[in-house]
Structures are given as structure tokens and as C-alpha cells.
Design a protein around this ligand. Structure first.
Ligand code: ADP
Length: 477
């Protein structure tokens, strides 16, 4: 029982219930207004019609009656047994009367009612009233002057109970209104239930979705507002699912990347620590391998940290006014020795001032990553990396060009994917080249996008690659 009550309480809070209740309330008001209008209209019609009939009758009576010795003589059947006729002289004294109601009662009603109703004929007056025994009558009075100038008043009365007549109508209106309301309530609940069914589907799906299984979809095919909501919800789920998948892939890739150097470190340490004595050079070699793998892991962890920071949109970027040419110069100076070690000529263009609002450290990271890649992949007889900056009317740009072997077209769409390496063997295993983590360009992309900039890559096989980064340079940027 309490369960039933609580279910009823829940139901009274539902949109369905409130919707139907509002609907019923408005419908009741409309039905009430309609019934009142019909009622009074009908009452007016009944009164009007009765007055018209009595007027005709009184005219007839005046024409055909005779007054003999104070007695009214009328053709047979002219008055009904319940009708009453009273004739008054000009002092309102009763001259003669005929019919079921005493003349005093008639004059009392006629001369004491609130006032005559509007007559169908301006010479007539109509009065409504109740006789002593409770019968409802309507009276019509007409003043007639005879040939000697004497004025008489003729009062004709007939039983008339307009409220009794419209009583049936009231009942019909009441029954009709209740029936309409009942049908509307039933229909309203049915409709509201149908309309709310998709909401139930959405709720059920949302309840079924767990963090690990985001594959459920509502798949509502209706084209109404709820269909649109479900579609938006499905879209959000797809994006979440993709984001979770990316996240999972990222963690898997990161673990995978760390596993190789960890294994190497473990192997080298194990070998060095084994019981057998070895020549000093071998220990040195083992330590240098361990150091190199450690460097790689440090770089990887640093890159992961930068990416995690860039992914968290809540961390503010600390923007300031930055000259892109200064940034390029600082990155070039930092990497000059690395370029020299690899026999790569690192040159700069004019580097004119290119102002923008940005985080200076992050821009240095962008330039460094691109230049480092240039140094890594520049090639031919005279390896060269060229760094240029400039500005347009509403942009500032940085261009890094190398004369390396270029990037095959099929790799270009994936270049900025995390851990993507167009040529993994070349990127890691070459002792002369600094090992790449596969995150350099992802970091570049994250930083550039955080600054609302864009990246263009042009690469021709055996000719080299050009990265062009363009930032909007609005001061608010
Ligand atoms: P990595 O740390 O391996 O360099 P990046 O994200 O910086 O990772 O680059 C991804 C891949 O894109 C590299 O492995 C390399 O194959 C390719 N690449 C990047 N820059 C160049 C370039 N200047 N010339 C040729 N290939 C490049």
C-alpha cells in the first residue's frame, strides 16, 4: 500500500500528470464559459418567444372581447384555463378579471416588480413574477384608450417558468461537459503517455550506460524535439566513446613505449650484475645504454606531461605579448649545438617582428620540436634547416623548412597522431639521431590549437618538408 501511494506521489510529479491537469483545467474553463453562454442565450430566446406569443394573444383579446356588466366575454378557446386577464381603469382599479389568479395578486406583481422588461412592441410592458401559491407567471400590460378618451389597462398573464424550461438544458450541458472532460482526460493521459515514451527510452539507455560500455545508443527515429534530443544524446555518446577509446589507446601506447626501454635497462643491469666478471668497457657500455634509455624515458614522460597539461582546458595558458621572431631565435640558439653535432646547417631568414598574444614557453616548445625534427630528418650532401617568421594583416607565422627526404603522402594525415612515426626504424634505432617519442608533432598541434592557430605541412619526396604555423595575432587572442 505505501508502495502504491509513493508511486501515486511520483506520478503526480510527472510531466504527464501536470500536462493533463493543466489541459483539464483549461478545458473546464472553456466548457464552463460555453455552458454559461448557452444557458443565458437560451433563457433570452425563451423569454423573447413567450413575449411575442403573448403580445399577439393580447392584441387578439383586446380586439375580440366584450365587457358586459363587469364581466369579460371572450370567444371560446381564446384563453387557456391557466391564463389570466385583468382590466384596470385609469386609476388602476380592477374593472373586471378572468382566470386562475386573483386580480390583486396580478396588480401586486405588475406594480411591484423591479420594472418591466423590454417589450416586443413599445406599447406593451412585460412583467415576470410569482403568485401566492408559487406559480411563475409572466404578464403583459397594454394601455388602450376608448373613443371617449378613457384609458384602460389590459393585463394578460400566462404561466411561464423559464428556469424550469432551461433546467433540462442545464442537465444536458452538465452531463455533456462531464463526458467531454472524462474523454479529454483519458485521451490526454494516453497522448501524454505516448509523447513521453521516448523520454523513458532515453532514461533507460542513460541508466544502462556504464563508464566502460559507451556503445549503447537510443536510436530514436522520430523527427520531433525528443528525436532531436535523442540524436544529440547519441552524438554525445559517440564523442565520449571515441574520447574514451583514444584515452585507452593513449595509455596502451604510452605503456608500450615505456616497456621497451625498461626491458633494455633491466637486461643491461642484469647482465652487468651477473656473477661473471667483465671488462670495464662492457660496464661502461651497459651504463651508457642505460643512460640513453633513461634519457628517452625522461623525454617521453616530459612529453606526456605537456600533452596532459594541454588536454586539460581548465589550466590557463598565461598569455602575454610575444614576438614570434624572438621565440624562433631562442629555439635556434638552443638547438644550434645539436645541429652542429649532426652536421646540419641551421639558418634563419630575416625574422621580422611578428607580435601575438601567446604563452612564450609553449611557443618555444613548438619551434624547438619542429627544428629538432628538421635536424633529425634533414639530409643529402648539405643538410639544411631554415627557420623564418613573418606577419600578415591579422596573423603571425613561423616556417621551418628542411631539405630531408620528405614524408610520404600516405603518412601526412596521421602525422599529428600521438605516437605516430612515419618511419619508426629511422626515428629510434639510429645512434646518430636523437630518438623520437612520436609525440613531438602531437604536442605542436595541441599548443597551436590552444592558441587558435593552424598548421600546414608540405612535403616532397627527396626534396624536404615545410611546416607552416599561422596564429591569429589579435591582441585579445
Ligand atoms: P618523433 O619524435 O618521432 O619525431 P614527431 O611527432 O615529431 O615524432 O613526428 C612524427 C613522425 O613524423 C616522425 O616519426 C617522422 O617520421 C615524421 N616527421 C616529422 N617531421 C619530419 C620532417 N621534418 N621530415 C621528415 N619526416 C618527419
Amino acid at each position: 500500500m505505501p508502495n502504491l501511494f509513493s508511486r501515486f506521489l511520483t506520478f503526480t510529479h510527472s510531466i504527464r500528470f501536470r500536462l493533463v491537469m493543466w489541459f483539464a483545467f483549461i478545458l473546464t474553463l472553456v466548457l464552463l464559459a460555453f455552458s454559461v453562454f448557452i444557458y443565458f442565450n437560451q433563457l433570452r430566446d425563451i423569454r423573447g418567444e413567450s413575449s411575442y406569443r403573448m403580445t399577439r394573444k393580447l392584441e387578439d383579446v383586446v380586439k375580440k372581447m366584450q365587457l358586459v356588466n363587469g364581466e369579460i366575454l371572450l370567444p371560446d378557446g381564446m384563453l387557456n384555463t391557466t391564463d389570466v386577464l385583468v382590466i384596470l381603469d385609469d386609476k388602476q382599479a380592477v374593472l373586471a378579471s378572468l382566470g386562475a389568479v386573483a386580480p390583486e395578486q396580478v396588480t401586486r406583481i405588475v406594480f411591484s416588480t423591479d420594472g418591466p422588461q423590454r417589450p416586443p412592441d413599445e406599447r406593451m410592458m412585460i412583467y415576470f413574477g410569482e403568485t401566492d401559491d408559487g406559480a411563475h407567471y409572466s404578464f403583459i400590460k397594454r394601455d388602450v384608450a376608448d373613443t371617449r378618451g378613457q384609458t384602460y389597462s389590459f393585463i394578460l398573464g400566462t404561466p411561464f417558468d423559464p428556469y424550469g424550461l432551461v433546467g433540462r438544458l442545464t442537465l444536458t450541458l452538465l452531463a455533456g461537459s462531464l463526458l467531454t472532460l472524462a474523454v479529454a482526460l483519458g485521451g490526454g493521459f494516453w497522448l501524454a503517455d505516448r509523447a513521453m515514451r521516448p523520454v523513458k527510452a532515453i532514461t533507460a539507455t542513460a541508466r544502462d550506460i556504464s563508464e566502460t560500455d559507451l556503445s549503447r545508443r537510443i536510436n530514436l527515429s522520430t523527427r520531433d524535439e525528443l528525436g532531436e534530443l535523442a540524436h544529440t544524446f547519441d552524438g554525445m555518446l559517440s564523442r565520449l566513446e571515441a574520447a574514451f577509446a583514444r584515452q585507452r589507446q593513449f595509455v596502451a601506447d604510452a605503456s608500450h613505449e615505456l616497456r621497451t626501454p625498461l626491458t633494455i635497462v633491466n637486461l643491461e643491469a642484469g647482465r652487468a650484475l651477473s656473477a661473471k666478471q667483465r671488462p670495464a668497457q662492457e660496464y661502461q657500455r651497459a651504463l651508457s645504454v642505460i643512460q640513453s634509455e633513461n634519457e628517452f624515458m625522461t623525454r617521453l614522460v616530459n612529453d606526456l606531461l605537456i600533452l596532459a597539461r594541454m588536454d586539460d582546458s581548465r589550466i590557463p595558458l598565461d598569455m602575454m605579448d610575444v614576438d614570434l621572431s624572438d621565440v624562433a631565435l631562442e629555439a635556434v640558439e638552443r638547438l644550434e649545438s645539436l645541429a652542429a653535432r649532426h652536421g646540419v646547417r641551421l639558418e634563419t631568414g630575416d625574422l621580422p617582428e611578428a607580435l601575438l598574444r601567446a604563452n612564450r614557453q609553449l611557443l618555444i616548445q613548438v619551434a624547438s620540436n619542429l627544428i629538432e625534427n628538421g635536424i633529425k630528418y634533414a639530409g643529402g650532401a648539405a643538410p639544411l634547416v631554415r627557420v623564418e617568421t613573418g606577419s600578415g594583416p591579422d596573423s603571425a607565422w613561423l616556417r621551418v623548412t628542411d631539405n630531408g627526404q620528405g614524408i610520404p603522402a600516405e603518412h601526412l594525415p596521421h602525422l599529428f597522431d600521438r605516437f605516430y612515426r612515419a618511419d619508426s626504424a629511422r626515428a629510434r634505432a639510429d645512434d646518430n639521431q636523437p630518438g623520437g617519442t612520436g609525440l613531438g608533432l602531437s604536442i605542436v598541434q595541441s599548443i597551436v590549437h590552444a592558441h587558435r592557430g593552424k598548421i600546414d605541412v608540405e612535403s616532397a619526396p627527396e626534396q624536404g618538408t615545410t611546416f607552416l604555423i599561422t596564429f591569429p595575432n589579435s591582441k585579445t587572442g
